[in-house]
Design a binder for this molecule. Structure first.
Ligand SMILES: [Zn+2]
Length: 311
């Protein structure tokens, strides 16, 4: 109920915005404005009817408001507009910028941070959390209860930074656990996002209709470089995507510093979901991923550091 009224009020705001644009077009025609008025009214009517979700009605209306010949004539004539009117119709840049920030806050957003194991995803998540909290926003941190590596009730980075969180099996369970407090959260940070079976549905709804800012940190691929959970399904819905890299463990042993973009599983277990740390996974570069995976597939000659074996 509140949703549909929110959608309606957003629709009305869009319509108001469009109307002011149409009026501006009318205003620039100077003496033609009176003749334009019925056209604008007609366009507004057209926009009003099928407008609900923006879309075709809106496009039809804007072309009706400004037929090409009229637009050309207006551009050629370019009559002066009264200063007072101009100020009213075109807000100064600072005001526009402020408005844009408010719009962005009101619309919600999805930020995605992906990368292999040990790339600093949780650290980046908590860094963004701290930044939003410093701006005065109310933030909830959520992680999957499957991840109990360091502490069940905290997000803990590999470097030891801790932050209390909701540890839940699904994001619906987080919403239920938060109860009345949920409405107050402006930012929701989700760690190990690949483990949530309702990730896409929850995030799309929370960003689009509840105006939440989601920060998601998780694996984009598993140890076989296959998609992991629903993180990739959110790319088309995301405002920003950041892929972090770690440092290749085996290049480091050769005194070389190479970016690791894949997670190599060094434990003998083929389940996709196997929570573990440095005893189970190693961040590797492409060369080492291919080399060591091939070793594993062909019957497991051991490599130094106990990494290759285990087939
Ligand atoms: Zn390497």
């Amino acid at each position: 109920m509140s949703l549909s009224s929110a959608a309606l009020s957003a629709g009305r705001a869009t319509l108001r915005l469009w109307r002011s644009a149409a009026w501006r077009q009318g205003a620039t025609f100077g003496s033609r404005r009176l003749q334009q008025a019925p056209l604008v009214a007609q366009a507004q009517q057209q926009a009003g009817r099928p407008q609900q979700q923006g879309g075709p009605g809106r496009r039809a209306a804007s072309s009706a408001a400004l037929p090409e010949p009229v637009a050309a004539a207006a551009a050629a004539a370019a009559p002066p507009v009264a200063a007072e009117q101009h100020t009213h119709l075109q807000p100064p840049p600072a005001r526009q910028q402020q408005q844009q920030q408010q719009d962005s806050a009101a619309h919600g957003a999805i930020e995605i941070v992906v990368g292999p194991m040990f790339a600093g995803k949780s650290t980046e998540l908590l860094r963004r959390v701290a930044r939003y909290e410093a701006e005065g926003l109310c933030v909830a941190v959520v992680k999957s209860d499957k991840d109990d590596r360091y502490c069940a009730a905290h997000v803990v980075t590999h470097s030891g930074i801790k932050r209390p969180c909701f540890a839940v099996p699904t994001l619906a369970a987080f919403k239920a656990a938060a109860g009345a407090a949920y409405a107050g959260f402006q930012v929701i940070a989700v760690d190990e996002a690949q483990f949530f079976p309702d990730l896409r549905e929850f995030c799309a709804h929370a960003a689009d209709h509840e105006h939440k800012r989601l920060i998601l940190a998780g694996l984009d691929g598993d140890f076989q470089r296959q998609r992991f959970g629903q993180v990739l399904d959110l790319l088309p819905l995301a405002d920003s995507v950041t892929k972090l890299s770690a440092r290749c463990k085996f290049c480091a042993q050769e005194q070389r510093r190479t970016a690791a973009v894949f997670s190599l599983r060094i434990a003998a277990d083929s389940r996709q979901e196997l929570v573990g740390g440095a005893d189970v996974y190693a961040p590797v570069c492409r060369r080492h991923y291919v080399q060591l995976t091939s070793v594993r597939q062909h019957g497991g000659a051991e490599s130094d550091g106990g990494a290759g074996g285990a087939a």
